[in-house]
Write a protein that binds this ligand. Structure first.
Ligand code: ADP
Ligand code: MG
Length: 278
């Protein structure tokens, strides 16, 4: 028997542009782009479930719609259509969270979700201290006790291996790998059940990449947080994800257990991804 999913995504669609008579209904596209009116169909009817404690990987080439999807999930950008359900919250059971008020969405962002962006500039205030960055998120979730917040911030930064003597430093002084670790600490600050990670190791040196991947794996093991990990790099997904979804041109073309996808890829694009690892 399956546990109930934590997050259910149904027919998430994100389109940039107004569409036209030529492309309406998703026809006459070049990849996900309408050459007549310039509309981009970034995500088309994306549906999946995220289960408690699992890491779900989403892999696909650049431009396949991965970040657009994450930004819709995290309410950074507005969906065109579709639904997300967080049925584990009794007050929200059966409610499409995209239809909630902006205040309710903010509460979900602060209490249910953590986000780690590819570019740390999006996730961190570079002129706040590392501790201050975490406190900001704690305050957003309603915390007021300065002593408590400092203690929580320190323990989180310790958890991601930022040395104590650097905690008051601004993350702009840090290396890329350290900045990502501060972002991860910040994303974890309100104990969210769900963490979104968008290309968190892209652009880092291989050895630094391995450290950050180890950290993510350890967090999932120790804290049991459910994660959606997005990457163009199947090697990253292979290292982290229990299950994997493959996206191409805004659509899901394949999904299954990561091991299964690696051993027996069905779609020609997935086969190409898998063989390029060998
Ligand atoms: P990925 O993260 O998989 O590389 P993205 O979600 O960033 O893909 O992009 C998906 C598609 O949406 C691409 O064709 C991209 O050019 C387009 N796109 C992303 N953001 C915008 C935007 N703000 N305006 C127009 N098109 C966009
Ligand atoms: Mg992206």
């Amino acid at each position: 028997m399956h546990e109930a999913p934590l997050l259910r995504v149904r027919d998430l669609t994100k389109q940039f542009g107004e569409a036209c008579s030529s492309c309406d209904g998703g026809e006459n596209l070049e990849k996900n782009y309408c050459p007549t009116c310039g509309t981009v169909y970034a995500c088309q009817n994306i549906s999946f479930d995220l289960y408690p404690g699992e890491i779900l990987g989403i892999v696909g080439e650049s431009g396949s719609g991965k970040s657009s999807m994450m930004q819709c999930l995290y309410f950074d950008s507005e969906v065109t259509s579709g639904a997300v359900y967080l049925d584990h919250i009794p007050a929200l059971a059966g409610k499409n969270v995209f239809t909630l008020s902006s205040q309710q969405k903010r509460a979900i962002r602060n209490q249910q979700y953590g986000m780690v962006y590819q570019n740390p500039i999006r996730g961190l205030k570079m002129d706040f201290s590392s501790v201050g960055n975490i406190a900001e998120k704690l305050i957003a979730a309603g915390n007021r006790h300065v002593g408590d917040m400092e203690a929580v911030s320190k323990s989180l930064l310790e958890h991601v291996h930022i040395p104590l003597f650097r905690m008051k430093e601004e993350p702009r002084n840090f290396s890329g790998g350290m900045q990502q670790r501060v972002q991860i600490a910040k994303a974890l600050s309100n104990n969210p059940p769900i963490l979104f990670l968008d290309e968190v190791t892209t652009g880092l040196d291989l050895s630094v990449q391995a450290n950050v991947l180890d950290l993510i794996k350890g967090i999932q093991r120790d804290l049991g947080i459910s994660m959606i990990v997005v990457s163009h790099d199947l090697a990253v997904i292979r290292m982290l994800a229990d299950r994997t979804i493959v996206m191409l041109n805004g659509s899901i073309i394949e999904d299954g257990l990561t091991d299964q996808i690696l051993e027996d890829p069905q779609h020609a694009y997935t086969q190409q991804l898998v063989y390029s690892l060998l």
